[in-house]
Design a protein around this ligand. Structure first.
Ligand code: DC
Length: 223
């Protein structure tokens, strides 16, 4: 059976990772969370204590390994062979990940790795630039959007579940800042690919939004 590439892009809190995981599981595909890779780079930079500039980040990128491995608890993220899956979700990483991911060499190295990971198809990759830059030839491109209030409520729920204490005001501020940063950077900004299908998830359940994508994928796979 044909193994396609499914690209899912969209802003923070639009439902990308939850949906991508379900779609991958239903189709027997590999889920690749590219945001986790940018977060791992950010964690390495935070640990280094270095200033954020081209010279330091370029050197760091040449001496670091990031691996995504599938396990029975879902995808795990490894930084230099250390499992950092929980640490990359901490507020400090979330705060700095947008500026770090705007650096050209950071993107160049991660995009190269992402292309290798998806080259044989059978993957659902989520991020900001998958349909526009990483896999412009992807057979199915989805662009997820949701209202700011829906996105804030989702992120609040996630934070509470992880025991992270943040206010609604803070969460909203973080989302707005990250949207601004991710969509205004000159290097691969967040934007909908011309041939992507836009889905507004504000009033959809996870099941509804996953089913919409699975239906689109099935049609392409069986064509
Ligand atoms: O999906 P996420 O919230 O974990 O992503 C964290 C950040 O990483 C996001 O704010 C921007 C960056 N990112 C990116 O620039 N390109 C991607 N393909 C994925 C994430």
């Amino acid at each position: 059976m044909k193994k396609i590439i499914i690209a899912i892009d969209g802003p923070a809190g639009s439902g990308k990772s939850t949906t991508a995981k379900i779609v991958a599981e239903k189709l027997g595909y590999i889920y690749i969370d590219t945001g986790a890779m940018y977060r791992a780079v950010t964690l390495e930079w935070l640990r280094s204590g270095l200033d954020m500039n081209d010279e330091n980040l370029n050197k760091m990128m040449d001496n670091l390994s990031i691996d995504l491995k599938q396990s029975e608890w879902g995808q795990r993220t490894f930084l230099n062979h250390e499992d950092v899956s929980s640490e990359i979700r901490l507020p400090d990483v979330t705060k700095y990940v947008s500026p770090i991911s705007a650096y050209s060499y950071v993107r160049e190295k991660l995009v190269e790795q992402q292309r290798l990971m998806g080259k044989n198809g059978g993957v659902v990759m989520d991020g900001r630039d998958i349909g526009t830059v990483v896999f412009p030839q992807a057979e199915l491109k989805i662009y997820l959007v949701a209202s700011i209030s829906a996105r804030v409520q989702r992120r609040l729920k996630e934070s509470i579940a992880k025991g992270i204490n943040v206010s609604e005001y803070e969460v909203k501020g973080q989302i707005v800042d990250r949207d601004d940063y991710d969509s205004s950077r000159s290097n691969s900004p967040l934007r909908k690919a011309d041939d992507a299908t836009e889905i507004d998830t504000s009033d959809l359940t996870i099941e509804q939004q996953s089913n919409l994508i699975i239906d689109l994928a099935t049609k392409i796979i069986n064509k």
